[in-house]
Unconditional design. Structure first.
Length: 240
């Protein structure tokens, strides 16, 4: 019996009531958005660890903004894929995402915890105020009305995640009876560590093995767009 069929059977038996999703860049790969560490590679051979840091922004804000504007352009033109749309059918689920692309909300998910922020929000480095800005900036680096520079409102390496986001994500993980992990390498903390808070049935969807701290009950070696819909169908069957 295939891993999907085994997971579907276990979910049908469990009839989960409190579902939590934990997603990474792989859930958006089928929307044409490059992952950080997968085979799809990175922009200009830079590693996220070299660009997504306060030090890189301090050193060369224009280069960091060029990288973000390139990613914003790809994301602006991308569409939620079958995985995002399937997850959005789980109206009561909590979606904890490491992604900053906003595709879960665009797909219709209502309860999304964006652990690493959102690439379409910019933050004043002086006032800390944020503004939603979907359109490309006329010049880089962009500036706030107060004259200070704007930065992407995302969490960079070495920065803390927002306390409320961590609290909501931890509570969801501990309270869930089913965890579905989609498209993460599981190597970036503290996000990856949240998975070990979950004690119930868990299903992971990833074409390659991840380094998640606690192995999931079922590991489905498949693309998110292919394997997520049948898993969501099994969850919804139990809720009828
Ligand atoms: N479907 C499912 N998973 C996929 C697909 C796909 N179509 N394509 C690739 N993957 C998997 C890869 O096998 C890999 O394990 O998605 C994972 C992507 O891993 P990363 O690129 O490391 O992305 P992620 O785990 O989200 O990274 C976490 O690191 O750079 C920081 O802040 C950034 O949020 C990011 C964090």
């Amino acid at each position: 019996m295939s891993e999907v069929a085994q997971a579907v059977e276990a979910i049908r038996k469990l009839r989960p009531r409190r579902v939590v999703l934990f997603t990474g860049a792989g859930v958006s790969a089928d929307s044409g958005i490059p992952t950080f560490r997968g085979n799809e590679g990175l922009w200009r051979n830079f590693r996220a660890e070299d660009l997504a840091t306060p030090q890189a922004f301090e050193r060369d804000p224009v280069l960091v903004w060029q990288w973000y504007e390139m990613r914003r352009d790809i994301i602006r033109n991308a569409k939620p894929n079958a995985a995002h749309l399937a997850i959005a059918r789980l109206h009561d689920a909590v979606v904890i995402t490491q992604n900053v692309d906003g595709l879960h909300k665009r797909a219709g998910s209502g309860d999304v915890v964006e652990l690493h922020g959102n690439i379409f929000r910019a933050r004043c480095v002086r006032e800390g105020t944020t503004t939603l800005r979907e359109a490309p900036f006329a010049s880089l680096p962009p500036h706030c009305e107060c004259g200070a520079m704007l930065r992407p409102d995302v969490v960079w390496f070495g920065e803390m995640l927002s306390e409320p986001a961590i609290a909501r994500a931890s509570a969801a993980m501990m309270g869930a009876d089913l965890l579905v992990v989609v498209g993460t390498s599981g190597v970036v903390y503290p996000a990856a560590g949240l998975v070990s808070l979950h004690r119930g049935l868990s299903v992971e969807i990833n074409p390659q093995a991840s380094s998640l701290p606690s192995a999931c009950t079922f590991a489905i070696p498949a693309r998110a767009a292919e394997a997520t819909p049948p898993i969501v169908d099994a969850i919804l069957e139990g809720s009828e």
